[in-house]
Every structure is written in C-alpha cells, then in structure tokens.
Design a protein around this ligand. Structure first.
Ligand SMILES: [Mg+2]
Length: 353
C-alpha cells in the first residue's frame, strides 16, 4: 500500500515587478508556502498555498500554523484516499480554502504519479497551447503605468485585464489612458475589467453608462460587487451588456450551485489556488451545465501553483478566457518542467512525454 511518508513546507517570498494594486489592497511581494508530499515509494508532489487579499485570514503565519496542526493526521495514511481527507478538511476548516487547495494539489500530484499519469493527461490533453491575458493593476501614476504597459506590449500580450477601483472618475481616466496607449501600440487588443468587489450596483451602472458613452469595447467584467451582494448582482446581471464573471463569490461547487440557481452571472473565474482540484471540477461541471462562460485564473503564485491552472486549461480545453499571468510579475526563465513560456502563450512541450 502506498502511504504518505512525510509532508514538508517551505516559505517563498519573491519581489513583484510592479506594485500589484487592486480595490482590495496593494502589495509588492509574492508570499507563498510550498507544500511537498513524499510517499513511501519515493514519489513526490508539490503544491502552493499563495496569500491573497481575497482570503485575508490566510497569511504566512496562519498558513504555517494551520498546516502544522493538520499535517500529522495525514502521515502514514494511504495516498489513494487523500481526496476524502481533503473533503473533510474543507468542511472542518472553512477559513483555510487556499491552504487546503495547495495541500490538495501536492497530494493530487503525488497520487497521479502512482497512477503513472501526468497532469495534462489527467485533464484530457485537449490542447497544447493556451493564450493568457496580462493584468494591469490599478496604477494612477503615469511613469509606473507606462512602464508596465510597455513591458506587457513588448512581451506580446494582446489581452489586458485592468483592475478598476470603484472610484468611477479615476477608473474612467485610467481606462481612457490605457485605451489610448494600446491603440497607439497595437493593431488589435482586448480589454477585460476586474472590480474586485469595489462597486455597488448603483455605482456600477453609472460606470457602465460612461463606458458605453465612451464606446469602450469590454470583453467581460469580473466581480464588480461585494461577494455576498446577491441582490445587487441580480440587478446588475439584468442590466449589464458586458458579461459579468464572478470570482470571489465562488470558491466551491456549492457556491456555484447557489449562484446559478439565482442566475447571478454570465460566467465564473475558476482558480485551482482558491478551489483546489476536485472543487474546480465541480464548479466547472455546474457552470457548463448551465451554459456559463468559463474563465481560469490565478493568485500571485509561482509556477508551482500556476502550472496546475495551465495543465487544467490546456488539458480540458473548455475555458473561454484565460487569466494565468502571475509568472509574468516575476523574473522567470522561459521553461518550467514541460511548460514553455512564450508570452502570451503557454505551450506544453510534447517532447518529454
Ligand atoms: Mg479576480
């Protein structure tokens, strides 16, 4: 029987190339805990527990404290029942969704190796290439904004996700500036918006009117309202011509079911970092059943975590929008295992299979 032999954790802190600023807060460092699972047959799996404004309770110290408490309960248990254990942890510790997801990924990867399967195959091996957008943080100073826009254009990105703040005048100013910059630099481009809960239904409708008057073509609007503002979301869904994609509102399959039963959105942003593997699958299945748009996203993660999203999206081939850009905030080489970084694309190399 294959047992979990040990699980180690390691802290990772990396500088970000630009101040990551959203309506939820600002940061210039990536801070994560890397979890490494080792089985008694020597096989290993790693996962990442990132930190995010989205789950403020999960900072480095609380992640480490929580893992130290729960990991002993997994040692010497069979790897093939890891999924049940993760399910129980999710029920018992609702404040640690991202930590449990990072742990789940490490266990999942070790388990896949016992099946002699790779992650891309697990998800279906549908495509070998995906194109990601790049995020433009909410930057109000010209110099750093220009620098980040120049970097993004030079790297080859054609799709830009702008973090808007909920302060309508400032958001319109930022959007107008970015529109001008991109129109001068690129023949064609797409714009997405992420409100990170910064709007009310009322302020959003005013913002959308201004966008329409300016003639800006917006592909989607992610999480404009507070994650629990169901009433507001219902109103917005009825009135917005731009597809509304929920992110912070949906962490697990139950959230997705609730959201679809009220018809609150046009799509959902699925992140392995927040939902783990099996809940990401549950969300995907429910969303597809209801004909919703599918977006795949990330937190500020290294390739340890980001790669799960890359394998999922290229493997299952079902995502309409790909937002897997965190590695482009870091200095990184152009290869990670069998993933080639060819911005704006990730290419799964078939040589190694
Ligand atoms: Mg988001």
């Amino acid at each position: 029987m294959t047992l979990i032999k040990d699980i180690s954790i390691k802290e990772v802190i990396r500088p970000l190339m630009v101040l990551f600023s959203t309506s939820l807060g600002k940061k210039n460092l990536l801070k994560s805990i890397i979890v490494k699972v080792r089985l008694n047959n020597g096989l290993e799996g790693t996962g990442e527990c990132p930190t995010s404004f989205v789950s403020r309770f999960e900072d480095l110290e609380s992640i480490k404290g929580f893992l130290k408490k729960i990991l002993p309960g997994l040692i010497n248990t069979p790897i093939d029942i890891y999924n049940e254990k993760i399910g129980l942890l999710r029920k018992d510790y609702r404040d640690f969704p991202m930590t449990i997801s990072g742990l789940e990924v490490a266990l999942f990867r070790a388990y896949l190796k016992t099946l002699n399967k790779n992650e891309h195959q697990f998800w279906g091996s549908k495509t070998n290439e995906i194109e990601t957008d790049i995020t433009i943080p909410f930057i109000t100073e010209k110099e750093p904004l220009d620098r980040w826009l120049r970097y993004s254009v030079k790297k080859g990105f054609k799709i830009f996700k702008i973090k808007v703040s909920g302060h309508i005048e400032e958001d319109i100013k930022l959007l107008s500036y970015i529109y001008g910059f991109l129109s001068n630099s690129l023949g064609a481009f797409h714009i997405r918006l992420d409100g990170n809960q910064g709007f009310t239904a009322h302020s959003l409708m005013r913002f959308l009117e201004k966008i329409e008057r300016k003639g800006f073509d917006i592909q989607l609007f992610e999480q404009p309202l507070l994650k629990n503002d169901y009433k507001g979301m219902e109103a917005v869904k009825k009135n917005s011509r731009i597809p509304i994609i929920l992110d912070e509102t949906v962490f697990n399959g139950d959230d997705m079911t609730r959201v679809t039963s009220y018809g609150l959105c046009d799509g959902v942003n699925i992140k392995v970092a927040k939902s783990g593997v099996s809940e990401s699958l549950n969300i995907t299945n429910t969303a597809r059943k209801h004909g919703l748009k599918l977006m795949v996203g990330c937190m500020t993660e290294t390739m340890v975590g980001l790669s799960t999203g890359i394998y999922m999206a290229s493997g299952n081939g079902v995502f309409d929008f790909v937002d897997l850009d965190s590695v482009f905030y870091l200095h990184h080489k152009n290869i990670y295992d069998d993933i080639l970084l060819k911005p704006p694309f990730f290419v799964i190399s078939t040589d190694k299979k």
